[in-house]
Write a protein that binds this ligand. Structure first.
Ligand code: ATP
Ligand code: MG
Length: 376
């Protein structure tokens, strides 16, 4: 997979080169524009010269025609003119012819030059249009890239995180299923097997020693009661109905009461603030976090006492779970990779999903305090 940071670099490079190209095209456009202005001025001059020259040629050709007519007149009537007259008329006509030919040649050169300049001007105009077009296209690309793509790496990272979160949710679900299966296997399933065996025994006992049946039935009743309790506990752990019916604080109270009785750890819930119902997802998440923390207390802490303090304000909820157990080094636990324990990770992720803060304060030998705050 392309790394998000690499993608960022590529896009930044592209933006950089587009900017550079824009500057270069701007230079080209400016040069072309001044060249255009220069050629246009030159063209105006040439056009003026051409009209002036045409005027001169026209005038000269009239005079040349007159000179030719005069020469014809003088030659036809040679008896009336002297030889000198004839020679002058002839020289004059010839001089004018030469002058006219030179001027016509000049006119042709100027006309050619004018045509060339006009062609250049059209070409430059065409180029200018293209360069301006290109500038505006690059501008669009530049804006698009810098506005929409600049944050692409953070977007990709965000997606990546969501994907990771999905994976860890699936893992956590699998863990939960494993735990429930183990609990049913170790608890009610074994008890039920036991009950079946006892019932068979009692059936036999009825014939052999009916007097002992009553005591055995009492034992059996005790076993059935125990299974019922186990099943109820598993159901409660799966989804405490009291949470849906009465809310977080009663559910926690009930859980902590059970915890105290079951593990002989002095557990207590202290609540401050106003008890108000929260969105169901928030209630279940907070319940699970406390449950997970208490699980750890009984599994790892060897604590004598654990205090759960919850404060509910109008804009936030804070929960602190403090035990006086043996503590641990959170940094080394959180850094170790590929570990097979998800308790702390799940707690943190649940709190993060609720946009809250999660903190572990613990030191070997000094007990553990877990604090979480979520906005409401
Ligand atoms: N309250 C606590 N007191 C002492 N050590 C703790 C406490 N909470 C956690 N730890 C330590 O942190 C480790 C990680 O806890 P975490 O809940 O993530 O995993 P786990 O309890 O070992 O396994 P899992 O919760 O997945 O069943 C524990 O193995 C334990 O060493
Ligand atoms: Mg745990």
């Amino acid at each position: 997979m392309l790394e998000a940071s690499k993608l960022d670099k590529i896009i930044n490079d592209i933006i950089f080169y587009i900017k550079k190209s824009q500057e270069q095209i701007y230079d080209i456009t400016e040069n072309t524009r001044s060249e255009y202005v220069h050629i246009k001025e030159e063209l105006e001059k040439v056009k003026l010269s051409v009209t002036q020259l045409i005027d001169r040629v026209d005038k000269l050709s009239i005079r040349e025609k007159k000179a030719r007519l005069h020469l014809m007149e003088v030659s036809r009537n040679f008896n009336r003119y002297t030889e000198n007259d004839i020679k002058r008329a002839y020289d004059r006509a010839q001089k004018m012819q030469v002058e006219l030919a030179i001027l016509r040649g000049q006119e042709q050169v100027l006309r050619d030059k004018r045509n060339d300049l006009e062609r250049s001007l059209r070409r430059l105009q065409d180029m200018l249009g293209k360069a301006e077009n290109m500038m505006s296209h690059l501008g669009v690309v530049f804006n698009y890239l810098s506005e929409n793509m600049a944050s692409i790496s953070s977007q990709i990272e965000e997606l990546h995180k969501i994907q990771q979160l999905g994976i860890s949710i699936i893992k956590a679900q699998e863990e939960e299923r494993k735990r429930v299966a183990r609990e049913i296997h170790d608890g009610p399933a074994q008890l039920l097997a036991n009950i079946v065996m006892r019932a068979e025994y009692i059936l036999k006992l009825m014939n052999v020693n009916p007097g002992a049946v009553k005591e055995e039935l009492t034992n059996l009743q005790q076993l059935v009661r125990q299974s019922l309790q186990d099943v109820r506990k598993i159901i409660f752990d799966l989804r405490p109905m009291v949470l849906d019916d009465l809310g977080l604080v009663p559910a926690l109270n009930r859980y902590i009461e059970d915890f105290k009785n079951q593990y002989k750890i002095n557990a207590e819930l202290v609540f401050f603030g106003k008890q108000e119902r929260l969105p169901p997802a928030t209630e279940i998440a907070l319940f699970r976090v406390v449950q997970e923390a208490l699980n750890n207390v009984h599994k790892h802490a060897r604590a004598g006492q654990v205090l759960v303090k919850m404060e509910q304000l109008s804009d936030k909820i804070t929960i602190r779970i403090k035990d006086d157990g043996r503590g641990f080094d959170p940094a080394s636990i959180e850094q170790s990779k590929d570990r097979e324990c998800y308790g702390l990770i799940n707690m943190r992720e649940r709190v993060q999903i609720l946009k809250g803060e999660f903190k572990i304060n613990s030191l070997p030998g000094k007990g553990t305090v877990i604090t979480l705050t979520i906005p409401v």
